[in-house]
Design a protein around this ligand. Structure first.
Ligand SMILES: [Zn+2]
Length: 223
């Protein structure tokens, strides 16, 4: 859908340019009278081209921002894709994001985050950080979780536990104050993590447990 949008936008702008160009080459009619500039057609095509380009540009801008955050979490450059409207319409999966694995089992250095959580992330870094909704908290965590997969943690419970210990860092990179970021991490750990399906949680993920990385950003440090 976005590629259709980009193509249509490009076609509209090209159309406006072509009409203008044709007018420049044929400014007079056969009898020598000046030919009026097709300003309505050109203006309509230009407005259409720009209007169609807005969501494309906005999504690229969001993806760049999220990619910078994920790259810091992973430790090298990775790419975050936000699912487009067209992809969302044909999507039947229930997961909020995913990282594909190559045939060798090595995670790709890119992730796709579904359209809804990408929208929630936008709301979060757009300013709703002092009272985040559950959907926003989960969306921030999805970004951390998928980054942990790209970091090489294949197992869900391990990626999940590494992520809960870094959600505070993610929230801060999305513009939260230290207090807001710590609150988000604690809310995920306290209210979402305990209800995660089997396979995502492990008793080793606790203060002093085998998966405790003793990070200052762990949600249990100040709990
Ligand atoms: Zn996962």
């Amino acid at each position: 859908m976005i590629s259709v949008l980009s193509a249509t936008s490009g076609a509209a702008v090209l159309g406006a340019a072509a009409l203008s160009g044709r007018w420049l080459l044929h400014q007079r009619e056969e009898l020598g009278r000046p030919r009026p500039f097709p300003r309505i057609s050109v203006a309509l095509l230009a407005v259409l081209g720009i209007a169609l380009a807005v969501p494309v540009v906005r999504r690229h801008h969001e993806e760049d921002r999220l990619s910078r955050v994920a790259s810091r979490l992973v430790g090298h450059r990775v790419k975050v894709h936000c699912q487009s409207l067209g992809q969302a319409l044909t999507d039947v999966g229930s997961e909020l994001g995913y990282v594909k694995y190559g045939e060798d089992g090595v995670p790709e250095q890119q992730t796709t985050i579904k359209r809804d959580p990408c929208g929630e992330l936008r709301k979060y870094y757009g300013g709703n950080r002092h009272r985040p909704t559950t959907d926003e908290i989960i969306a921030v965590h999805v970004l951390t979780h998928e980054s942990m997969h790209m970091r090489g943690l294949v197992q869900e419970d391990m990626a999940e536990c590494a992520a809960v210990q870094r959600d505070e860092e993610t929230a801060e990179m999305l513009g939260a104050t230290p207090g807001e970021a710590a609150m988000l991490a604690r809310l995920y750990w306290g209210t979402v993590y305990p209800d995660m399906p089997e396979g995502y949680t492990t008793p080793d993920c606790r203060p002093g447990g085998a998966l405790d990385e003793h990070l200052v950003t762990s949600p249990w440090v100040r709990a």
